[in-house]
Ligand binder design. Structure first.
Ligand code: GLN
Length: 541
């Protein structure tokens, strides 16, 4: 049997996570939890997501379709599961961690145009599957991780997933002892029968077997405990050892899942199947401390999140998680009130926002809900309620201040109004000629220098920081002096371009807004300083 040639002495182990029966079983959280356990045993681990859709990346997808678009350090617009990977593992991901069918086909077609297939007919097998296999191995080969966990999006049996499952089949054959498959299924409870049912799991494993993949471990999502008899039954029907039938029961918080998986010995079974020995003794002390604090808050803080996708919580996933990390850090339970920006008007703003300890205005695109956001920010500014604006939230804070303090009544962003006398937010010169929508924004990590003495500086405790961006429009520097004279200070700027990255209001308990997205960098082990600063101000109110 062919063996892997990595060019390094160490062989990377691959874990393929597939799903059956239905979507939304929590493959991302299980992958992140398994990775956390292996990391806590001394291994270097990363997680990759393969998405079977044809878009090149989720950057052009509406949040209603796909939830939040997560942005990596290197400026890749990726699936929101990568946010979970970073939050759990506390290490950055990159473009190589998220591959889509669109990207696979794009690269194969470009190779074909360059004549690299030497006159051969280009086919799904071997050309598409080879490209998938190459993408799976990039992280192992280039970065030399001990373990790469590859989560395959979608469900076994989907037409779109077939080439991915085929690539997994081939790799499991080629790499023999260096690969395993963890398959997630559902064990539903039928209340009329009063029973848990294993048949969907059996069918799903059969479908995987039809595609040539024998799962090594089954993670069974369930609302009730799986007894020994049931585990044995699943093991027998699906050719896995009974200790490899792992129960994944609903948890109060996703951050409990690593501990639940540890209780089920998922990590131990994985190590055994991969012929690996734990590098260090499992150490989850810090994680357990976080969980204890999360479950035993000393205070409650009520924060309003104003946005236009509030009916779809996944659209603001990283913000919601950043609140959990930062809140836990200061012993506070953050209760997020999701407020639709289209439902805020001058006449109801007080009743909608009055009882809140703080207000966050969310990122976004387009003009829907803008007026409500302006009202919310005006209210927070005038009533001295802690305010935090992110990206579009910062741009709207700029517009609100220009209109209501500087008196530029028609101030706007050229995103919403192409021609206005006071374009306080406008396109940068280099953005003006761009016509393609995908991957053309200001994306990824950029440096930002903070003004000493500002609230932002106080929160970070240092001058130079780096934060991730995803936007086209910018603060118009022609208005900088007017803003600063009136008390809205530009306290964070890009040291090279001079672009304004953070604005902050004087004489206000906390009114800070950033052009970048701090939420992408918040993790369990490193809550984001601006979220902590904002919540501290909220808790004092
Ligand atoms: N629509 C704004 C821009 O493109 C803000 C984007 C955002 O909030 N991510 O500049």
């Amino acid at each position: 049997m062919q063996k892997k040639a990595t060019g390094s002495t160490k062989r990377t182990k691959y874990i393929f996570v597939t799903g059956g029966v239905t979507s939304s079983l929590g493959k991302g959280i299980i992958s992140a939890s398994l990775a956390k356990l292996l990391q806590s045993r001394g291994f270097t681990v990363t997680i990759q997501k393969l998405d079977p859709y044809i878009n090149i990346d989720p950057g052009t997808l509406n949040p209603y379709e796909h939830g939040e678009c997560f942005v990596t350090e290197d400026g890749a617009e990726t699936d929101l599961d990568l946010g979970h990977y970073e939050r759990f593992l506390n290490i950055p991901t990159s473009q190589a961690n998220n591959i889509t069918t669109g990207r696979i086909y794009q690269s194969v077609i470009e190779k074909e145009r360059r004549g690299e297939y030497l006159g051969k007919t280009v086919q799904i097998i071997p050309h598409i599957t080879d490209e998938i296999k190459r993408c799976i191995q990039i992280l192992g080969n280039l970065h030399n991780f001990d373990v790469v966990i590859t989560e395959i999006g979608g469900t076994v049996g989907d037409i779109e997933s077939l080439p991915y499952i085929e690539a997994v089949r081939q790799l499991m054959w080629e790499f023999e002892d260096d690969c395993i498959n963890v398959h997630l299924t559902l064990v539903p409870y039928l209340s009329a029968a009063g029973e848990l049912k294993t048949k969907p799991t059996q069918h799903s494993v059969k479908m995987l077997l039809e595609n040539g993949v024998q799962p090594d471990i089954l993670v069974c999502r369930t609302e009730h405990e799986l007894g020994t008899a049931l585990r044995n039954k699943i093991a027998k029907f699906c050719n896995v050892s009974s200790d490899a039938v792992i129960q994944s029961i609903d948890a109060d918080t996703i951050y409990e899942v690593p501990l639940l998986m540890q209780k089920e010995k998922l990590d131990e079974v994985v190590l055994r199947k991969l012929n690996l020995k734990s590098k260090t003794k499992l150490d989850l002390k810090k994680w357990e401390q976080f969980l204890f604090k999360l479950k035993n808050p000393k205070k409650e803080v009520h924060v309003g999140l104003v946005g236009k996708y509030v009916e779809l919580k996944d659209a603001y996933k990283s913000i919601a998680e950043a609140f959990i990390h930062a809140g836990t850090g200061i012993d506070c339970k953050v209760i997020v009130h999701w407020i639709h920006s289209e439902e805020i008007f001058a006449k109801n703003v007080a009743s909608k926002l009055n009882n809140l300890d703080g207000i966050l205005v969310a990122p976004g695109f387009g003009s829907r809900g803008i007026d409500g956001k302006i009202e919310a920010i005006k209210f927070a500014r005038e009533k001295q309620i802690p305010f935090f604006g992110i990206c579009l939230g910062m741009q709207i804070a700029t517009i609100e201040f220009a209109r209501n303090v500087l008196g530029f009544k028609d101030a706007h962003s050229t995103e919403m109004k192409a021609y206005t006398k006071h374009p306080v937010i406008c396109l940068m010169e280099e953005q003006k000629s761009i016509v393609n929508k995908g991957g053309t924004m200001r994306l990824g990590s950029y440096p930002c220098a903070l003004k000493k003495g500002s609230k932002a500086y106080k929160a970070y405790g240092k001058v130079n920081v780096e934060e991730r961006h995803r936007h086209r429009f910018e603060f118009n520097n022609e208005y900088k002096d007017a803003f600063e004279k009136a008390g809205m200070k530009c306290v964070g700027t890009n040291p090279k371009s001079g672009l304004v990255e953070i604005i902050e209001l004087e004489n206000h308990p906390f009114f800070v807004a950033s052009q970048f997205h701090p939420e992408y960098k918040s993790t369990v082990m490193n809550p984001h300083p601006l979220f902590v600063g904002f919540l501290k101000a909220c808790a004092q109110g």
